[in-house]
Design a protein around this ligand. Structure first.
Ligand code: MG
Ligand code: ZN
Length: 366
């Protein structure tokens, strides 16, 4: 009885000690996402696979002839993708990453009342970081647009383009040429880009980076599909961006989007989706190779939402054959994976709201 009592006393005092530790943090009111011992990254590369749920990632296991780059991560989390609507779109889905604010579907860099919210890119430009945006869609498409523009609707492509000349973004690569120079208002915004110090490139991806800010637009609207001969645009543009931005002594932030994984999902075309996914995996490999050499770069890979209700079913009940199938031509509400590697990666363990990704990045770049 006496022994039991003293064990109980020990247990009680342990719990009191640990309780008091917690209360110090609460009183302090500075609930930090960063554990004391966590090393902070100088650079962050955020790779967004648009519409990439866990079945999409799993397709890389079955359809890539080598080990997918996804398997090089050992920190994995899950992101809850709902914002104002239970099922999110790419505008609200990217605005949470760029601003931390949950908003309505269609919103580009604005809150639920259409009030502009500063983006991670805008914060970092002010602080002298290098910034870059790469996509296989037009650079005015919802995901990249949410990092530099503020409009109430994602379909306002020409208005979105007007934010580009003064964005301070050092490197743009993707499609979207027509929104610069074939506009309803007759303006030629390529001239404004040049006036703001940009080198404008519309023929092919340069081999090496330039000192100047670069606007690389290789399609009128979205980039061609992989099956239409896009080649290694995404991994090569990622490489070029990293080479250019790593010259900035303050550090850099680069967002790379595999935009068309989502489009394969909307079309319910398994082949389209998988080709785009494998291309995205290649870009992940390029980012991880850079980060391994650089040592100060955090690589985060995630998605805004899942598209297509995609799954890897069996073919006619044959458990040795995979048959990619879809349950919707729209998005779904499933959680999406978050992969992280590099200084600060451990913060991305666990299950959390999508906007936490913004707060974790900002905390790490403090
Ligand atoms: Mg997108
Ligand atoms: Zn979509």
């Amino acid at each position: 009885m006496k022994i039991k009592f003293s064990i109980l006393t020990i247990l009680l005092s342990v719990s009191i000690i640990s309780t008091s530790c917690v209360s110090v943090n609460v009183k302090d009111n500075t609930v930090s996402h960063v554990p004391q011992e966590s090393k902070k990254p100088k650079n962050i590369i955020l790779l967004i696979g648009d519409g990439m749920g866990l079945s999409q990632v799993s397709a890389a296991i079955y359809y890539k002839n080598a080990k997918p780059n996804f398997e090089r991560f050992n920190t994995i989390g899950l992101s809850k993708t709902s914002s104002n609507e239970l099922i999110t779109d790419s505008a609200a889905g990217a605005t949470v990453f760029s601003t931390g604010v949950k908003t309505y579907n269609g919103a580009i860099g604005v809150d639920k009342d259409t009030i502009p919210v500063p983006t991670i890119v805008e914060h970092l430009v002010k602080r002298g970081y290098g910034t870059g945006l790469v996509a296989t869609s037009a650079i005015q498409h919802a995901t990249p647009a949410s990092f530099y523009a503020h409009v109430k609707s994602r379909s306002m492509y020409e208005e979105i383009t007007e934010f580009a000349p003064k964005s301070g973004v050092n490197f743009f690569a993707g499609g979207g040429l027509k929104f610069f120079n074939k506009r309803k208002d007759g303006k030629d915004l390529l001239v404004s880009m040049k006036d703001n110090g940009y080198e404008v490139i519309t023929d092919k991806l340069p081999k090496s980076p330039s000192e100047k800010n670069q606007l690389i637009l290789l399609a009128e609207n979205g980039m061609p599909k992989m099956s239409e001969g896009r080649g290694d645009f995404l991994p090569n543009a990622t490489k070029l961006a990293m080479e250019k931005l790593s010259k900035n002594e303050n550090g850099f932030f680069l967002m790379v989007e595999g935009s068309q994984i989502d489009w394969g999902g909307h079309n319910n075309e398994g082949d389209y989706l998988i080709e785009e996914l494998l291309d995205f995996d290649k870009a992940i490999g390029v980012a991880l190779d850079f980060a391994a050499k650089n040592g100060e770069t955090l690589v985060i890979v995630t998605a805004d939402h899942e598209t297509g209700g995609f799954t890897l079913a069996s073919k006619d009940g044959d458990y040795n054959k995979i048959n990619p199938v879809f349950s919707t031509t729209g998005h779904s509400g499933t959680m999406v994976p978050v992969f992280a590697k590099g200084p600060g990666a451990e913060l991305f363990n666990g299950i959390y709201e999508n906007n936490e990704i913004y707060f974790k990045m900002m905390e790490l770049l403090k």
